[in-house]
Design a protein around this ligand. Structure first.
Ligand code: XMP
Length: 506
């Protein structure tokens, strides 16, 4: 495998994804928390950083641990760091260099640049520039404005580049990474989803043996893929629990349960609608609602898990970004909203935790799902928050409001599917606003609530932009909702991006 040392760059995860797209397994570690390397480490990549190497508090590492011991590819900050600590010089650029540039010199004889032509477009993003390299460094690429765009430390497998090969704007970035991984590190490009499935099943069998495992299914991609993988490994010893909290989309409970049963999963559906809606009655504050939904979920799940004899394990659909987030260079970010994830395991359950997807990115989870034969019905779904419609009804939640929102949301989503837009949108949903306004239907005056429509484009939910949906599709959705859903006489479209707004309204 390849180790990526993170110096806090916004692109670190992208490096990992590119490496994995080349079918090489890699892991990210913060520069200040590096584990002992096992024998299977084939090379190390240094990321960029928001810091300048000239800053006093800039990230520091012990280069002797890597240089000459492993092949090293240093990107941006990494490149400047090695240059500065080996007798070279780094100075602020006279002009800040962001965006596209073209190579003006390339040493194609050098292994790293095999097959990469002069003129190839690269992506720069840096405020400092390497002004001088020591004698034992060999210049291997330049652009018009950056002389040291890449160098190689002679007689070693240490290479460094000022530009970012991981972003798609660096046209030959993937070729360069492949040269590093295959020709320089000797990686064998055999890390595919089929290989992942095969080794994970064997590992799960060895880890779990004949023990029983309980897993909470949510209908989402991660828990579904985790369940199917475990099911292949341990069969009926996997006990799945699917809770209806009364805040799911219309008919979601029934249709998802049906799909899972078709898959042969050992699954128990629990109708806890009344319990959730009862506890939520009269509660208006968003954070309080989130906490109630999280707490009741754990209570219901715990009751059910206790009915299974001798359960030893709790399985979770944790994925790699959750893991990296919790150990990142920057530390956990401030709590904007308290996320309800199935993870809130009560201490008294004393179960061991198994997380078969914790090394995968979201798109890899989807690919594994496809390899396992999961339907696009489950794999292609938009993300849906744990607290469900409970946080898409502003203010207090009642069964009547849930029913109205379910109907409006169903019309919205069905229309997006009919228009061929659903798969192009990252996430969409309707929101119930308890704001009454006047309307007219036939000769009657109405005084009813508002439905807001939200649709966003995003990569990971951290930032998002509102989708520019076609007016005719919006018009049809609005008409249908107002005509068919009693209690709604006005539809609005949310045109806020994140930040400063969030995707969900509560
Ligand atoms: P926000 O509203 O924070 O949402 O911009 C970002 C993404 O996270 C989802 N979300 C949740 N997911 N439990 C979840 O599992 C939660 O409590 C939760 N709250 C928000 C949201 O749907 C969006 O995809």
């Amino acid at each position: 495998k390849i180790i990526i040392l993170d110096f806090g760059s916004q692109y670190t995860q992208l490096i990992a994804r590119r490496v994995r797209e080349l079918n090489v397994y890699c892991e990210i570690y913060p520069y200040n928390n590096i584990p002992e390397f096992a024998d299977d480490v084939k090379g190390v990549i240094f990321s960029g950083s928001p810091y300048s190497v000239r800053q006093e508090d800039a990230p520091q590492i012990d280069l002797a641990k890597f240089h000459l011991k492993y092949p090293v590819l240093a990107v941006c900050y990494g490149a400047q760091y090695i240059a500065q600590h080996s007798g070279g010089d780094v100075q602020p650029s006279s002009t800040r260099e962001y965006g596209r540039a073209n190579l003006s010199f390339v040493n194609q004889e050098n292994k790293l640049f095999k097959g990469i032509n002069i003129e190839s477009q690269v992506w720069m993003s840096h405020g400092d520039t390497i002004t001088q390299i020591p004698d034992n460094f060999e210049l291997i690429a330049s652009t018009e404005s950056v002389r040291v765009a890449a160098y190689h430390v002679k007689d070693s497998d240490t290479y460094a580049i000022q530009f970012h090969p991981e972003v798609t704007h660096s046209i030959d970035g993937k070729v360069l990474l492949e040269n590093f991984l295959v020709d320089i590190c000797g990686c064998s490009q055999d890390w595919t989803s089929a290989a992942f499935v095969e080794t994970t099943i064997a590992d799960l069998q060895a880890q779990i043996g004949d023990d029983k495992v309980v897993l909470a299914l949510s209908g989402g991609v991660d828990s579904s893929v985790a369940a199917v993988l475990l099911h292949k490994a341990i069969g009926k010893n996997l006990h799945c629990i699917f809770v209806d909290n009364g805040l799911l989309r219309k008919n979601e409970y029934e249709s998802v349960l049906e799909q899972y049963k078709d898959f042969g999963l050992n699954i128990k559906g629990v109708d806890a609608k009344d319990r959730f809606l009862g506890e939520l009655a009269g509660v208006e504050d968003p954070e309080t609602k989130r906490k109630i939904i999280g707490r009741v979920f754990i209570e219901v799940f715990d009751d059910e898990a206790h009915q299974i004899q001798d359960v030893k394990w709790l399985a979770q659909g944790t994925i790699y970004p959750d893991v990296i987030e919790s150990v990142s260079v920057k530390g956990p970010s401030a709590t904007i909203k308290s996320h309800h994830n199935v993870g809130g395991l009560p201490d008294f359950m004393k179960l061991k935790v198994v997380e078969p997807l914790k090394s995968l990115f979201k798109d890899e989870v989807r690919r594994v799902g496809t390899t396992l034969g999961l339907e696009s019905f489950i794999l292609g779904r938009h993300p849906f928050p744990g607290p469900g419609l409970g946080i898409r009804i502003i203010g207090d939640v009642t069964p009547e409001k849930v029913a109205i929102l379910q109907d409006a949301d169903q019309i919205y989503i069905n229309n997006l599917k009919e228009a061929g837009l659903y798969d192009k949108i990252w996430q969409a949903g309707a929101i119930f606003l308890p704001v009454r306004s006047v309307g007219v239907m036939g000769d009657e005056r109405t005084y009813e609530n508002v439905i807001a429509l939200r649709a966003v484009e995003s990569l990971d939910g951290m930032t998002a932009d509102w989708c520019h949906l076609p007016y005719d599709v919006l018009a049809k959705i609005s008409n249908e909702i107002i005509n068919k859903v009693k209690g709604i006489n006005r539809v609005v479209y949310d045109i806020s991006s994140k930040p400063p707004a969030t995707i969900e309204w509560e």
